[in-house]
Design a protein around this ligand. Structure first.
Ligand code: H2P
Length: 836
């Protein structure tokens, strides 16, 4: 009998040769994979080969769950959540799958016994960076929670060949490199070409009569693209559920046009292939001007159409009539990127399944729900009408019809209010005409939500006010959350061990149990252990920072961290102005007593967003001066960690003492990094914005450093005619002058001028107005950090009270209030069960 390698108490179901994990089986399979899948032997094998050999061992153990899950759903015709998202920022799979299978530590041991470095193998995985930031990462947390809660679900998105660019810092500037994540293959996905579908584009429409003499419309496209699904199993934590992330790759329907080739035009013959494949080639970075980007709209339609066609295929297999589409599926629109789904489902029902308009509309509305993620007006998608008409002529007709019927409803409700009709129309008719995707999403959904309390309120009062007045009951809030499996269990094993040794490990699936740590905050021994864990994480991060930036940082200094997309509303410039203020204080009075701090920044700027890139340059330039200045005596350090992504995040959150959440009030919809920090015991310095408000409510005002104007105060100040120059005195003035003088740019007084002049003359995000309040709050932080014991207490309480911010809680709310999707427990099948 082979010795069992793994204690898998949660496995109550049968296992066989392939799925049980004994040490012998592990080693056998590992080398089998190296030989038979990768075709390598140890002398030639690279680290990546070993990573892949390991990944395939793990994948084998997942497939039994995946097949069992699919079989159960198919048999039972289970109600299924379809999560539509143009982004899934998954992060590396291997570590997470090991944690969720419950075999992480055992596999680590087995790998180490083979003489290999387990951590090095984990780092070999090129993470699928198929998202920009919070929105894509939220989708990833959600599908993991759905699986953990055993809710049947499918994530639908795009398999971008190149994900978010890889950021390098060259001479202090961001430079973008193509993200070639598929270079060495992807062991986690299984292509399903047998389920490929065709997506139409362009062309024209024409009326016709079918064989029953019914009026119908035919769409004659001028292009067809094949959409091929690539499936990735998504494991629940310690459950048998393995759901599916289905990402679409674009291909030419015929990879080679023989007619053209025979005419001797080789290049022309492959052109179609090239142009089709472009559709899933690259992820668009945020904050790029997209209005006229035909390829982006094509991408959105491509994945939405493929996904809806796939859902019809599933209905057919399960013998569910199309009229019951909305009973089988609850589809969530993650922002407006997939909003075209409203028109596409209508088209599929009416044109392809001959469902009458009223019934089709009823099905459509009952199927979709829409989540808004931003209040910034420039981020609300609008497509120029001519572009839309050219690419999606049939959808435009359908949208016009939806709009006509919708505006009739508005007219009756709000008699004589023509302005309201113009505001609410799906078509923006002021000047050049646009299709308003947020309006389409609202009209086509039975539920609309924001992602934190304040954000959901502001949607009702501001951006979507007219829709709220029309349908108040459709609006709700679902405060974001993050998965504790990746963001604690996997990324912070030390803390996980400490916590579990005191309160058991149920908190991993019921985060509210962390509350049981509260009494331990009063236990001096526990506080010391807590600080020891934090220090060890800081040492780990210091090693990473040294390796990636060459900068040595002191693990005993306060780690003050801001990691997120670089954007003016997120105000990384407020943070760096404060760093300059501290530096200035130090230089003006070398004996000043300051709490040693390491300022850590990370985040990508959209390649075309010049001011954001200049903010990065300012951070790195300040760092260059401060880090080298002997007068500072290492009391301040500034690190810009390049290429912030999931992998780097996993090392940063556990190491942070202070979490910077400093957006202008009313601008950050929620934030999710704020939650990851707090869970891992960092204290927050933040404004009354997004989920910060709820974090503060949970952890207690005394464990949170609040500053800045509130949303109403921001509104009032702007209404009264904000003049940033009025705030330019005292320390702020000196700081601005120092930057202006060229001190941080080798005497070049021009370099930062666009940034500084922008602040002095416009400052749309009220950096100057909040500077003083921020600086005072930072002084409180410094003072508080001096009392390490008290800091430990606050840190423990932050973590203990972060239970609300588990994505399990968020997903439960979506399931109860919107999706009405019950859990379906899975019984594991063996190969015997599924033999033909
Ligand atoms: C966005 C919002 C965040 C929100 C996240 C998820 C678009 O993410 O701005 O406030 O938490 O969606 O709902 P991000 O800025 O990180 O790209």
């Amino acid at each position: 009998m082979a010795t069992p390698l793994v204690a898998v108490e949660h496995r109550t179901e049968p296992q066989d040769e392939r799925t049980a994990l004994t040490k012998e089986a592990f080693q056998r399979d590992f080398f089998n994979n190296l030989f038979y899948i990768l075709g390598k032997f140890p002398t030639l094998a690279t680290k990546n080969d070993y990573y892949q050999a390991l990944a395939f061992v793990v994948r084998d153990r997942m497939l039994q769950r995946w097949i069992s899950t699919a079989a159960a759903y198919t048999k039972q015709g289970s109600r299924t959540v379809a999560y539509f998202s143009a982004e899934f920022l998954m992060g590396p799979h291997l570590g997470n799958n090991l944690v969720n299978l419950g075999i992480h530590d055992e596999v680590r041991k087995a790998v180490t016994e083979l003489g290999l470095d387990f951590n090095e193998l984990l780092l070999e995985e090129d993470e699928p960076g198929l998202g920009n930031g919070g929105l894509g990462r939220l989708a990833a947390c959600f599908i993991e929670s759905l699986a953990t809660l055993q809710i049947p679900s499918l994530g639908y998105g795009i398999r971008y060949e190149f994900g978010i660019f890889h950021q390098e810092i060259v001479d202090g500037w961001q430079t973008e490199r193509t993200d070639k994540w598929l270079r060495f293959g992807n062991p986690w996905e299984i292509p399903r070409p047998e389920w490929a579908v065709h997506v139409k584009l362009g062309g024209y429409t024409e009326p016709y009569r079918d064989e029953f003499y019914r009026h119908r419309v035919r769409w004659v496209p001028d292009r067809l693209v094949a959409a091929v699904p690539y499936d990735t199993p998504i494991l629940g934590y310690h459950t048998n559920t393995a759901n599916t992330l289905r990402l679409w790759k674009a291909e030419a329907p015929e990879s080679f046009d023989f007619a053209v080739f025979n005419r001797g035009d080789y290049y022309g013959a492959v052109m179609q292939k090239v142009s089709s494949e472009n559709l899933s080639k690259v992820l668009y970075p945020n904050d790029e001007q997209l209005q006229g980007k035909e390829l982006r709209l094509s991408q959105q339609y491509f994945f939405v159409s493929a996904s809806l066609q796939d859902m019809f295929r599933i209905l057919k297999i399960q013998k569910i009539p199309v009229e019951r589409f909305h009973e089988k599926f609850a589809a969530q629109l993650n922002d407006t990127h997939p909003a075209i789904a409203v028109a596409e489902l209508m088209r599929l029902l009416i044109d392809e399944n001959v469902v009458p308009w009223e019934q089709a509309w009823d099905i459509t509305r009952r199927t979709f729900a829409y989540t808004n993620h931003t209040l910034l007006p420039e981020a609300l998608e609008c497509w120029p009408l001519p572009l839309f008409a050219k690419l999606l002529p049939r959808h435009l007709e359908i949208i016009f019809e939806i709009n006509a019927r919708f505006l009739d409803e508005v007219r009756i409700r709000f008699y004589g209010d023509e302005e309201r009709i113009a505001r609410m129309s799906l078509i923006d008719e002021r000047g050049e005409r646009y299709v308003r995707m947020a309006h389409l999403a609202c009209v086509g959904s039975h539920a609309i939500n924001g992602v934190a309390e304040l954000h959901s309120e502001l949607l009702k009062q501001d951006v979507l006010r007219d829709f709220y007045e029309l349908w108040p009951t459709r609006f709700g809030n679902k405060t974001n959350g993050v998965t504790p499996r990746r963001w604690m269990a996997l990324s912070n094993p030390r803390l996980t061990k400490l916590v579990s040794s005191h309160i058991g490990d149920e908190w991993i699936t019921d985060l509210s149990q962390l509350r049981r740590l509260e009494p331990l905050a009063e236990d001096a021994g526990f506080r010391q252990q807590w600080l020891d864990v934090k220090r060890a994480c800081k040492c780990d991060f210091a090693a990473v920072a040294l390796k990636k930036t060459g900068i040595t940082i002191d693990p005993d200094s306060l780690f003050d961290v801001q990691v997120k997309r670089i954007h003016e509303y997120k105000r990384q410039h407020l943070n760096i102005l404060h760093v300059v203020a501290l530096y200035h204080r130090l230089r003006s009075n070398p004996n000043v007593d300051i709490t040693p701090r390491t300022f850590i920044f990370g985040g990508k700027a959209a390649p075309g967003y010049h001011i954001a890139k200049l903010i990065i340059k300012l951070i790195t330039s300040v760092g260059d001066v401060v880090n080298r200045d002997p007068a500072v005596r290492d009391r301040l350090k500034v690190v810009f960690l390049p290429n912030f992504n999931v992998k780097n995040g996993q090392r940063i959150y556990p190491a942070a003492d202070l979490s910077e959440q400093v957006s202008t009030a009313g601008k950050e919809a929620s934030g999710t990094g704020n939650m990851k920090f707090s869970m891992n015991g960092a204290l927050t310095i933040g404004t009354m914005d997004g989920a910060n408000i709820e974090i503060r409510e949970e952890v207690g005002a005394e464990n949170f450093f609040l500053f800045g104007l509130t949303t109403p105060e921001v509104g009032a100040l702007k209404a009264s005619g904000y003049n940033p120059a009025n705030y330019l005195d005292g320390e702020l003035k000196e700081v601005v002058e120092l930057i202006r003088s060229g001190f941080f740019s080798r005497g070049d007084a021009e370099l930062f001028r666009p940034l500084i002049d922008g602040l002095v003359h416009h400052d749309p995000y009220l950096v100057f107005a909040d500077f003083d309040s921020y600086s005072k709050a930072q002084q409180q932080v410094s003072a508080a950090y001096q009392d390490r014991d008290h800091w430990a207490r606050m840190s423990i309480l932050n973590s203990a009270r972060s239970g609300k911010f588990s994505s399990d809680r968020t997903i439960r709310e979506y399931c109860d209030d919107i999706w009405k999707a019950p859990a379906v427990p899975i019984r594991l099948l063996t190969q015997e069960d599924v033999k033909v």
